[in-house]
Design a binder for this molecule. Sequence first.
Ligand code: SF4
Length: 304
Amino acid sequence: MRATILQRDGKGTPTHACMTGCVIQCSNAFADESGELLAAPLEFETIGLCGSNLEIVSLDEIAKINRLCNDFGLDTIEVGAALGVLMEAAEMQDIPSKFNRTDLPVFGSSLNALKILSEIPLGTELAKLVGNGVVFAGNALGVKHIPAVKGQAMSAYDPRVVKGTGVTYATSPQGADHTAGLTVFFPVDHRDAKNAVNLSKRAQLQRAAYDALGLCAFNTSATGQRPDIVLNMLRGVYNVELSENWMDLLGRRVIDVERAFNKAAGLTKEDDRIPKYFTQDALTQPLESVFDVLESEMDTMWDS
Ligand code: SF4
């Protein structure tokens, strides 16, 4: 992608600060062949969900989907997942009679996907499915594989091979939200189910604290293992005493409030579950693996 952006020049840039003053500058702007802006930014999760998830390999086609999502204020993870279940429906023997199979998008092609997305302002039947997200779309079409928890689509990490992140998907009060506690940065075997709850808990506490402080999650790459840097920054700016475990206490307070909200809204531990097919349908070789973290471990992870 970087080479394409540089070669096209124009309004594209492979590095950009989405917030004034950011020195990491992980954002980008993707231009089309004539150098005109197509989408900004074109992110990993978007390429995962609107690209490889749909077997679409062209960055230009992915960027067009991204552009429409940006224009309509839609999340590219949710839209990519919803388009995926529409594509699965296109391969099913039976679909509800009110839908026309030839209108559905198919894996490997952006043609119908872009048409459906562009119809969102018109409120056509298929556009309503995509606009309402992956669970709504999957249930309406009777699709077996709906990758979501608490109504939110999963991001580009399969819980069968990144099991700590799978625990985050299942147990986060926010649903299958990768920003709530990714575990991919820990240098461990991510298929090991035994350590998954511990990793997820550490990641969720950290991310909740960073969110509450208004810090970009990507700072955790630099300071995640050195909370003292952030603590010293806060002590210096606000002239306050902060204990060494203050970040964890802050994260825990946020998660406790969110969990109390969910409980009052009627959610139970049965909502803290990964869709069953991730525990039954193994990925193919060489990564043959299912999500096999014990439910009893996840149910008690916030007890202490
Ligand atoms: S590191 Fe964070 S603030 Fe900086 S460009 Fe990336 S997302 Fe934006």
